[in-house]
Design a protein around this ligand. Structure first.
Ligand SMILES: [Zn+2]
Length: 303
């Protein structure tokens, strides 16, 4: 049975709608969330379509599906951050009930949807000013093997493992879930806020294969091709504000020392050449030329 519910949190603005799908028999509990970043539309579309096409008779266990976690960001068309306080929700998990707006939102989302789940899949995409090559992330943790299995079942061409002591992103859904003993991944497909059909389909296929592989959905999972596996990241940032002109494309491996792009001033004078300290593959890339000081330029997944 598919039930439409809302999570209402006093003081945190609009309710968060979600689907509660109770299957026929016993089985694991899978939580699927999207829209932690409110303008990553392919992820939101994939959750909507996954539930629309789901036959609850084929479910054993329970699936909780949240199409838009960050409702204020969705309606404000706000990339990366919660518009109320300018904070990135995916840096605040597991949250804090006594913190600021985003801390509280993270706390209630984590408590309601993640704690108690057996698995967490968090769907993302490149944000409005961001190109992206599809990939999944899992964390070093006590549940690392099960998290890696989720990543491999999703089937993206690139999989990034994040070691605990060098987490590029602290406070993410999948890091907080893994620390709580819940196997989890972040899966990325889509870019620049575009509703690209193939990007939505990739999320749908990955999610369906994961659901089959953990037994919450009937049917045999498909074997996926072996991905490029990466150990952590180099995230490159701008020292000072300027016009960012990338020289590489997402998904193309670059050698150590390669020029990744340039920064220039308003007059067109180049003041910095951005180079790769180590070899790697750009999996996401800022496509807007307007980059503030300390702004993110690209994420280079290490070999
Ligand atoms: Zn995101």
């Amino acid at each position: 049975m598919i039930t439409r519910r809302t999570l209402s949190v006093p003081g945190l603005g609009p309710d968060i709608p979600y689907f509660d799908i109770q299957g026929r028999g016993d089985g694991p509990r899978l939580t699927v969330v999207a829209g932690v970043h409110g303008t990553e539309y392919t992820s939101i579309a994939a959750v909507r379509e996954f539930v629309r096409d789901l036959d609850p008779e084929q479910v054993s266990g329970r699936i909780t599906a949240v199409p838009v976690v960050n409702v204020p960001a969705f309606w404000a068309r706000s990339p990366f951050v919660v518009p109320v306080d300018g904070e990135n929700l995916n840096r605040h998990f597991p949250g804090n009930a006594d913190g600021g707006f985003t801390d509280m939102l993270a706390h209630h989302v984590f408590t309601a949807f993640v704690l108690g789940a057996d698995y967490l899949v968090d769907l993302h995409a490149g944000d409005l000013p961001e190109a992206l090559e599809p990939f999944t992330i899992y964390e070093e943790s006590a549940v690392e093997a099960a998290s890696r299995d989720l990543a491999l079942a999703y089937g993206a061409g690139h999989v990034v493992r994040q070691a605990k002591e060098v987490r590029t992103v602290a406070g993410s859904t999948c890091a907080a879930a893994a620390d709580a003993g819940i196997p989890a991944i972040i899966a990325e497909s889509g870019q620049n806020g575009l509703m690209e059909r193939d990007a939505i389909d990739r999320h749908l296929a990955g999610l369906t294969n994961i659901a089959r592989s953990i037994g919450v959905l009937a049917g045999d999972p498909s074997p996926m091709p072996e991905p490029c596996r990466h150990e952590g990241w180099n995230w490159l940032r701008a020292d000072r504000a300027g016009w960012w002109q990338p020289a590489v494309a997402t998904g193309e491996r670059v050698p150590a020392g390669a020029v990744l792009g340039t920064m220039s001033d308003v007059w067109g004078e180049v003041f910095a050449e951005i180079t790769a300290r180590e070899a790697g593959t750009p999996l996401f890339l800022t496509t807007s030329p307007a980059v503030p000081a300390d702004g993110l330029l690209l994420g280079l997944a290490r070999d």
